[in-house]
Design a binder for this molecule. Structure first.
Ligand code: KIV
Length: 275
């Protein structure tokens, strides 16, 4: 059955862990879906993983719609959440609602995600008023990399921890159906999870949260530019992929591939009449 934001809340209420992985294309979405993962995030991390940018700042609405729609076509059961890219919702609540609407109508998302806490409460309120479910994202918010001055753990001082808890309540009160906690100390993420009614989805936030999200290319070791501490590589596909590419290169050059079983036949009659 297709997962929805209601499924998320039911899972939290029953104490069941929620799983989420990113995907950016149809074929990967089908694999994630086949594995029974509850939700697929079309993260703006596609800027790093798919497009080779050094951060997510340059990702556009068109990028998110293009990749989001492909994922939506491949996801039969998983809830598809599409990230709102940098500057698609920070400029005004009007822009935010229009752009969230495009991700739903053109990207076929089941929900959108945006970064920010207290300062984004109005935006979350207006988008949810348009019947668009919003997943919030607090802690380390990569779109603010230039303001943060780097990718750093968030919420470590007393003031920062209080601010994180305040942000979590603000997004819940504004109507978010879930909140991603990125790069937050485990004990703090656990406090937030206990205080909130909506599910918390952690990435670099320990195990005391309601669910986990990872970038699929990180957990398969397909993305090699850097590896955050919180990433566990569940497979090393880059090694397998490079070996397969090497085997193809060798077989083509040796005339081994394509073999007869990879070719299409034609009757000798036809061939003979060509001369
Ligand atoms: O863009 C993304 O992939 C994300 C996750 C890291 C939560 O926002």
């Amino acid at each position: 059955m297709k997962n929805s934001v209601v499924t998320f809340q039911e899972m939290k209420d029953k104490g069941e862990k929620i799983t989420m992985l990113t995907a950016y294309d149809y074929s990967t979405a089908k694999l994630v879906d086949a594995a029974g993962i509850n939700s697929i995030l079309v993260g703006d991390s596609l800027g790093n993983v798919m497009l080779g940018y050094e951060d997510t700042v340059s990702v556009t609405m068109e990028d998110m719609i293009h990749h989001g729609a492909a994922v939506a076509r491949g996801a039969k059961n998983a809830l598809v959440i599409i990230d709102m890219p940098f500057m698609s919702y920070q400029t005004s609540t009007y822009d935010a609602v229009v752009n969230a609407g495009r991700l739903m109508k053109e990207g076929r998302a089941g929900a959108v995600k945006l970064e920010g806490g207290t300062e984004m409460a109005d935006v979350i309120k207006q988008i949810t008023r348009a019947s668009i479910p919003v997943c919030a994202h607090i802690g380390l918010t990569p779109q603010s990399i230039n303001a943060f001055g780097g990718y750093k753990i968030q919420g470590k001082t007393l003031d920062a921890a209080k601010k994180l808890i305040e942000d979590a309540h603000a997004v819940e009160d504004a109507g978010a159906f879930a909140v991603v906690l990125e790069c937050v100390p485990a004990a703090l993420a656990e406090i937030v999870t206990k205080e909130l009614h909506i599910p918390t989805i952690g990435i670099g936030a320990g195990s005391g949260v309601d669910g986990q999200v990872l970038v699929y290319a990180d957990m398969l070791a397909l993305f090699s530019d850097y590896k955050p501490k919180f990433v566990k590589q569940f497979a090393n596909l880059s090694e397998e992929v490079v070996n397969a590419f090497k085997a193809y290169d060798a077989e083509v050059k040796a005339g081994v591939y394509p073999a007869p079983e990879h070719t299409y036949a034609i009757s000798d009659d036809v061939i003979n009449k060509l001369y």
